[in-house]
Design a protein around this ligand. Structure first.
Ligand SMILES: Nc1ncnc2c1ncn2[C@@H]1O[C@H](COP(=O)(O)OP(=O)(O)OP(=O)(O)O)[C@@H](O)[C@H]1O
Ligand SMILES: [Mg+2]
Length: 245
């Protein structure tokens, strides 16, 4: 995919979370990582790119097509995307299987049989055989995240948007979820990932957008960003993190 953002501004009341953010990727970016310090605007940009939020100013194009600015258009656009957000994913009162079949039926118009077939396919692909009929509270954190990824993938999203999908997981569960994301990337799924897992971004991303204070400081092929960051801020960010990894 090729993503371009032009002077995107997004405010929450008096607070400007994105302040003229602009970048463009190469033509064939598959996994784009949004990196940068906490509060820099990664989640906000991810939501804008996924059409969960409409910016006050500026615009986005995806493969040359302008994303809609109006609420109705954004709603239709966002149905074509899959989202996974740490901690807020599954409906607690539904089983893993029902969590996937409900949106397939209600939002995507599948019959119960089609939805069940597709949900089982995804649950098995993500290694959740035998867990189909458990509720989220009966699954481990890593299993819950994998079920959430299965749900996001079930309608065959154009874009899969992941916001720190591993932030509350222990290292083993983090590894499980990261393996899944890596396999998806290798299978050709377009992915946008906001993360603090620099070592993972390094393995999986082919493009990096580095954000701080609501502005894009760098937008580079991942290999270039990690070896030769252009800005002092990115250098400090990578060095600061590398002390702990
Ligand atoms: N719903 C909201 N209402 C008001 N301010 C918000 C809201 N969401 C985010 N902000 C503010 O906007 C700025 C950008 O937040 P955002 O969540 O995009 O940052 P982030 O880069 O994802 O940070 P983190 O790495 O901590 O997840 C922050 O200053 C934050 O406090
Ligand atoms: Mg965030």
């Amino acid at each position: 995919m090729r993503l371009e953002a032009r002077a995107v501004t997004k405010r929450y009341g008096a607070h400007t979370a994105l302040d003229g953010a602009a970048f463009s990727t190469g033509d064939d970016a598959r996994v784009i990582a949004l990196l940068g310090p906490s509060g820099g605007g990664k989640s906000t940009l991810l939501r804008v790119l996924g059409c969960l939020l409409v910016p006050e100013e500026g615009g986005i194009t995806l493969d040359g097509r302008a994303l809609p600015h109006d609420e109705d258009g954004a709603l239709i656009e966002r149905r074509g995307n899959g989202f996974v957000f740490q901690g807020y994913n599954l409906f607690p009162h539904l089983t893993a299987l029902q969590n996937i079949t409900l949106p397939l039926r209600e939002v995507h118009g599948m019959t119960a049989t089609q939805a069940t077939q597709r949900a089982l396919e995804l649950l098995h692909r993500l290694g959740l055989q035998g867990h189909e009929h458990k509720r989220p509270s009966q699954l481990s954190g890593g299993q819950q995240q994998r079920a959430a990824i299965a749900r996001a993938l079930a309608p065959k999203p154009r874009l899969l948007l992941l916001d720190e999908p591993t932030s509350a997981l222990d290292p083993v569960m983090t590894g499980e979820v990261l393996d899944v994301i890596r396999e998806l990337a290798e299978a050709g799924q377009s992915i946008l990932l906001a993360t603090h897992e620099i070592s993972f971004a390094r393995k999986v991303a082919d493009w990096v957008v580095f954000l701080a204070a609501g502005q894009v400081q760098e937008s580079s092929p991942a290999a270039a960003f990690f070896t030769q960051p252009k800005t002092e801020l990115a250098r400090q960010y990578l060095e600061g993190l590398s002390k702990y990894r």
